[in-house]
Structures are given as structure tokens and as C-alpha cells.
Design a binder for this molecule. Structure first.
Ligand SMILES: NC(=O)c1ccc[n+]([C@@H]2O[C@H](COP(=O)([O-])OP(=O)(O)OC[C@H]3O[C@@H](n4cnc5c(N)ncnc54)[C@H](O)[C@@H]3O)[C@@H](O)[C@H]2O)c1
Length: 248
């Protein structure tokens, strides 16, 4: 019997997989059999090494998702490396510094929208070329639960950018699902993707909101794995919330 959660032979781009959630996604997809292509501002040799040490396949290139030429080059790099492109995971994003709308520096607003919205669009546009030609493909973009609920201490630029990712996801799904390409988003709550600099008291307070504890990068990876797998063949235009049971 075929395991519909396996990704053997599939080629998957994961942006921002040099660390954090993207690294977790790349490792889960590689473990399910996908060949991984990483695009990140920073060197991603650590992630590539972890995947290849575990017997998987991965390559990486330094690029900036907010540069449309870099997005096209990343897609071409995937095709040159592994012959095709099946999956795009838009994970790269920046956290704008905390700030109130009334005194948010406009360059921070613009950079957040450039990376978190335009960067996702550029990568989708570039990836859709080969996907539409082959009549198949899957796109998953990492939004955030803060897109629709806001989040304390988070810049409105970040929350607005993550809401835009949801709008883009729904719009693309309408345009390409009947052409064989599925498009979905994931809305995580708190994922302990790096050292957030919390005191033990602050960490305990944060965690207290989550009945299942805070999430790990691999939790997002498993959600991505489902959405890109054949098991989700009838799923498009969806935003999957993964919240550790938090419902506030
Ligand atoms: N950590 C959380 O609690 C949380 C919750 C909800 C959603 N998210 C989302 O998950 C994703 C990953 O978050 P994280 O916590 O792992 O972030 P992170 O800051 O730890 O990692 C982001 C990665 O993206 C790369 N990157 C940033 N800008 C880039 C650009 N322009 N081009 C290419 N690469 C770029 C960085 O170099 C880094 O490797 C983001 O989309 C974030 O908004 C995170």
C-alpha cells in the first residue's frame, strides 16, 4: 500500500530554512523523502548538513526573497539541481520590532511588507511558471495566527503582512487549483524557533496560555508535510491553524 504522507521524489523549495521553523520544515520534508532546495539570506550549510547526514538530499543558495530576480533564480536553481519543482514553502519573513502604529518608522513598515508580502508573491509567481507547465504543484505559505487576532507586543506591520499572506493564498488558490496547483497557508501560534531572550518567568507566563505547551519547528514541519502530501489532494484555499490548543 502506498503511504500518502510520503514525498519520495518530490522537489521542495523552503525559503528561510537556514534556521528556526524553516529548518524544521526542511528536515521533516526531507525525512519524508523530498529533495530540499533552500533559499535564505544567510548561509544554510548547517541545515543542508543535518539533512544529508540523515541520508537526505538538500542544496542551498543565498538569496533575498524580496528581490524578484532572486526568486526566479531560486526556482531555476531547483530545476537545475533536481530537474523539476513540486513544492514551494514560503517561510522566510522578518519580525518587525515591537511598536505602536502611531510611531512605527515607515522604513520598518516598508521592509516588513517587502519581505513578508512581496517576497511571498515573487516566489509564488516564479514557482507557478514550472508548476502550471507541468500541471501540478503545491504552495504552502507560513502566515501567523496574529494575522486575524493581532498579537500583543508585535508590530502592526507584521500582523498586516501575515493577513496579506492569507489573502494571497485564497486568491492564488482560486486562480490555479483547477490547473493542478494547490495553495494553502499555515497559521502557527507561538513556536519556540530560537532564543527569544525571555526570563524564566516570562517564558512560564507565555507557555501558560498553551494547553499543549509551545510549539517546535517540527510541529510546523508536520503540518506542511500533510498539506504538500498526496493525503491533502483535496485541500486548497485553506489556512490551517496550529495553536497548541490556545483558543483565546
Ligand atoms: N516563531 C513563531 O512563534 C512564529 C509564529 C507564527 C508564524 N511564524 C512565521 O514562521 C516563519 C519562520 O519564523 P522563525 O521564527 O523561524 O523566524 P527566524 O527569524 O528564526 O528565521 C527566519 C529565516 O528567514 C531568513 N530570511 C529573512 N528574511 C529573508 C529574506 N528576505 N530572504 C531570504 N531569507 C530571509 C532568515 O535569514 C532566517 O534564516 C516566519 O514566516 C514567521 O513569521 C513564526
Amino acid at each position: 500500500m502506498t503511504d500518502s504522507s510520503r514525498l519520495d521524489g518530490q522537489v521542495a523549495i523552503v525559503t528561510g530554512a537556514g534556521q528556526g521553523i524553516g529548518q524544521g520544515i526542511a528536515k521533516v520534508l526531507a525525512g519524508a523523502g523530498a529533495k530540499i532546495v533552500i533559499g535564505d539570506l544567510q548561509d544554510s550549510a548547517t541545515t543542508v548538513g543535518q539533512i544529508t547526514d540523515a541520508g537526505g538530499q538538500a542544496v542551498s543558495m543565498n538569496m533575498d526573497t524580496s528581490n524578484p530576480d532572486d526568486a526566479k533564480n531560486l526556482v531555476q536553481f531547483a530545476i537545475d539541481s533536481y530537474g523539476k519543482l513540486d513544492v514551494l514553502v514560503n517561510n522566510a519573513a522578518i519580525d518587525a520590532p515591537d511598536g505602536n502604529a502611531w510611531d512605527l518608522p515607515l522604513d520598518e513598515w516598508r521592509r516588513t511588507i517587502d519581505v513578508n508580502v512581496s517576497g511571498v508573491f515573487y516566489c509564488c509567481q516564479a514557482a507557478l511558471q514550472p508548476m502550471l507547465e507541468q500541471g501540478s504543484g503545491v504552495i504552502v505559505s507560513i502566515s501567523s495566527r496574529s494575522a486575524i487576532f493581532g498579537a500583543e507586543g508585535v508590530s502592526p506591520a507584521y500582523n498586516a503582512s501575515k493577513a496579506a499572506v492569507l489573502g494571497l493564498t485564497m486568491s492564488l488558490s482560486k486562480q490555479v487549483s483547477d490547473k493542478g496547483v494547490r495553495v494553502n497557508a499555515i497559521m502557527p501560534s507561538l513556536i519556540e524557533s530560537r532564543d527569544f531572550g525571555w526570563t524564566p518567568e516570562e517564558r512560564a507566563e507565555r507557555i501558560s496560555h498553551y494547553p499543549l505547551g509551545v510549539g517546535a519547528p517540527s510541529d510546523v514541519g508536520e503540518a506542511v508535510r500533510y498539506l504538500v502530501s498526496p493525503a491533502a489532494r483535496w485541500v486548497s484555499g485553506t489556512a490551517l491553524q496550529i495553536t497548541g490548543g490556545f483558543q483565546g
